[in-house]
Design a binder for this molecule. Structure first.
Ligand code: 4NP
Length: 151
């Protein structure tokens, strides 16, 4: 079983979308996809209504997800840890115990634009078009990830 973790700040907007999108592209029998936030304020909550709505538009259901905070043991559980922005990257890297753990952490859009360090913008204070934009970015990234890990 290959395990992939998607990480953002709140685990209610971006990483739940990334989780739902990647799950839709991989067989459940071989891949486990989860998501977490570097912050714990929204722990236990459903994804943001706007993330649920944009996913539903593309036939992806996020309503079985609940937010949780990233924890150090996630470095052992997961094979790949994809973060949305530079701030998530430094927050996660700071919890790593060694270089092997650090090497699991990647900016998700580097799968589409290698080495460019482009961020998935936080749509929390944006309008519906921000969520559409984030969906499209994550869909592209998840296509690349799926190709790479399930060729
Ligand atoms: P996310 O968006 O990191 O994509 O889930 C956010 C959601 C909530 C907050 C920040 C970002 N917040 O500060 O509550």
């Amino acid at each position: 079983m290959t395990k992939i973790l998607m990480v953002c700040l709140g685990n209610i907007c971006r990483s739940p979308l990334a989780e739902g999108i990647l799950k839709s592209k991989l067989p459940k029998t071989k891949f486990l996809v989860d998501s977490a936030g570097t912050g714990g304020w929204h722990a236990g909550e459903l994804p943001d209504k706007r993330s649920i709505a944009i996913a539903k538009k593309y036939s992806i259901d996020l309503t079985d997800q609940r937010a949780r905070q990233f924890k150090k043991s996630d470095f052992e559980t997961f094979d790949y840890i994809y973060v949305m922005d530079a701030s998530n990257y430094s927050n996660v890297i700071n919890l790593a115990s060694n270089e092997a753990q650090k090497s699991k952490v990647k900016l998700i859009l580097n799968e589409v634009f290698p080495n460019k360090n482009i961020e998935v913008p936080d749509p929390y204070y944006g309008g519906d078009s921000s969520f559409e934009n984030v969906f499209q970015m994550l869909d592209q990234a998840c296509n690349e990830i799926a190709k790479k890990i399930n060729p």
